[in-house]
Write a protein that binds this ligand. Structure first.
Ligand code: G1P
Length: 306
């Protein structure tokens, strides 16, 4: 059995420019899908996978995230006095255990690899997970838990992968499979960050969930100290992962579930609908409203160009 993964990194320093104006004064991670902020989905997913230390890579203007996972004494007190037990339980549900979550500042947006590098002293010599909170997954088994199950069998590094349209490879890290690459668990012999379709080694995109061995931090360290920027002029996690190949095993893993990129407007709306339809408390009225809108074309005449 490989060493258990107990630490997870949540890069939350991004500016959220894809979601303006919503993110002008609210961190993008605090935008809500149904009734909880996007970041809570990633944190709950990590909890379900056995994560015990939650490391947030943050930046200016993100304190709402810290407050969300902390206790909120005044609110709790008021709810308690008014006998609102269900609401109190809801509010307390997002608390993280004292001493098991921390915030590290990334002073400048220098890329995902740089964000992970900022956590190097906290990660130390342990395997760790990285969860990109923009992406939410609706699945029977939480995605990181699916990955831990695979990790327990194959060890090393495991990244979640999904097929994309060939034209879209330049938006993702793309896996170079060793062999046909058609199984659920795909051994990797390489990976490239955001290749043009003509240069892409496959159409298997790396989605925002990673289980990594700590040696990737040495490669990130070299990239940061040598100012070796990758795609987009940023320090790329994919480049550092590629450098670890040949050491520990490295696998992509196809997974069960739907992926929504909340930084994409249409996907964000779709995520709200999908998660609402998956909730027994609101499914019926949401389904009825969606049918009504689609059947009557009510949105048609009021369409607004943006
Ligand atoms: C990041 C990674 C990329 C990965 C993607 C998944 O890119 O660098 O390898 O495929 O997340 O969403 P970003 O979307 O931050 O540009």
């Amino acid at each position: 059995m490989p060493q258990p993964v107990r630490k997870a990194v949540f890069p939350v320093a991004g500016l959220g420019t894809r979601s303006l104006p919503a993110t002008k004064s609210v961190p993008k991670e605090m935008m809500t899908v149904v009734d909880r902020p996007i970041i809570q989905y990633a944190v709950d997913e990590a909890r379900a996978a056995g994560i015990e230390l939650f490391i947030f890579i943050t930046s200016r203007g993100k304190t709402a995230i810290e407050d969300h996972f902390d206790q909120q004494f005044e609110l709790y007190h008021t709810l308690q006095q008014r006998g609102k037990d269900a609401q109190l339980a809801e509010a307390r549900g997002s608390e993280l255990p004292t001493g098991q979550f921390c915030f590290v500042r990334q002073p400048e947006p220098m890329g995902l690899g740089h964000a992970v590098w900022c956590a190097r002293h906290i990660i130390g010599d342990d395997p760790f997970a990285v969860l990109l909170p923009d992406e939410v997954f609706l699945s029977r088994t939480p995605l990181l838990k699916q990955m831990i199950e695979t990790y327990n069998e194959v060890g090393g590094n495991v990244v979640a992968v999904r097929e994309v349209e060939p034209a879209l490879t330049s938006r993702y890290g793309i896996l170079d499979p060793a062999g046909a690459g058609d199984g659920i668990v795909v051994p990797a012999r390489g990976m490239v960050e955001k290749p043009a379709p003509a240069d892409a080694p496959s159409t298997l995109s790396i989605v925002g969930r990673y289980l990594l061995q700590p040696d990737v931090l040495d490669h990130l360290d070299q990239a940061v100290k040598g100012a070796v920027a990758g795609a987009g002029g940023e320090i790329q996690l994919t480049d550092a992962m590629a450098k670890t190949l040949g050491g520990h095993p490295f696998h992509g893993m196809r997974f069960e579930g739907e992926r929504y990129d909340c930084g994409d407007r249409a996907d964000f709306v779709a995520a709200n609908l999908a998660f609402a339809l998956a909730r027994t408390d609101i499914e019926a009225p949401v389904r009825a409203a969606a049918h009504r809108m689609l059947d009557s074309g009510v949105a048609g005449p009021q369409k607004q160009a943006v």
